[in-house]
Design a protein around this ligand. Sequence first.
Ligand SMILES: Nc1ncnc2c1ncn2[C@@H]1O[C@H](COP(=O)(O)OP(=O)(O)OP(=O)(O)O)[C@@H](O)[C@H]1O
Length: 294
Amino acid sequence: MLELDHVVRRFGDRCAVDHVSFRVDDGRMTGFVGGNGAGKTTTMRMIMGVLALTDGEIRWNGAPATSQARRGFGYMPEERGLYPKQPVLNQLVYLGRLRGLSAQAAHRSATDLIERLALADKRDERLEALSLGNQQRVQIAAALIGEPQLLVLDEPFSGLDPHAVDSMAQLLREHTARGIPVLFSSHQLELVERLCDDLVIQAAGRVLATGTAESLRRRGRVRHRLVGHGDMTWLHGVDGVRVISAAPGTALLELATDDVADRLLTQALSRGPVREFAEIVPSVADVFREMTAA
Ligand SMILES: Nc1ncnc2c1ncn2[C@@H]1O[C@H](COP(=O)(O)OP(=O)(O)OP(=O)(O)O)[C@@H](O)[C@H]1O
């Protein structure tokens, strides 16, 4: 388990990471979301020991994370950073060796990852000759080689086509199934909602919320959609109803209390047919927008 305990990072007088605390539990896929400049990359760099903490502590399995422990972490940095002129297979084998695999095991593991990420026909090409999406796949393989004990992935899904997203998700799931904790950042909230067991929402260097997607959705405002007919402006006059948007025949509403729903429906039916009156449970993207709205 990885734990961040009141982690702080300042750059001059700017506090990029401000007393951030969260956990990445064993076998859990944890999505790390936040707007541009929220401090995700800075946090991940501190987890990896690439950047020093100004204050706070990072613990791995209950003890302060050491450089030796960090050698067992698989990392996909924002700046990527493989060797552009090296052939794909060679550099993956090299990385596997650096992470302690035997020559044979490194070759086997690199070949397996190359196949899983549909790069078999690119294995002898130089990295720089590959398309951006394929370079991204190689970066993923580089983070996964050598049986990492923890995965820290900065925007691993950006630039991937849907097939690569699926292969990547499957590979990550295999890691969590073996008990490996996975932390990845992403701006693709629908994808995060689909893949993650847990989420950390960060804004302006601070953690706004943590929890399962389900628990976060419950924090969002439930809305109702009413589909009737004709002019819907009468809804503005109903007690306990806030009209979020209204167009002829349809409206999106927020109800002050549950009993407003019955009253509202009776009124709507007295005006004509109602084709739909449904509760809309917010998505993680909705909750994120609500939480991070200025
Ligand atoms: N080396 C640095 N020197 C000065 N300021 C920095 C440095 N690295 C990051 N920052 C600042 O720290 C803040 C957080 O940046 P960071 O890259 O961690 O955010 P992020 O959440 O990863 O953003 P994005 O989603 O845009 O990648 C920003 O205001 C950034 O300008």
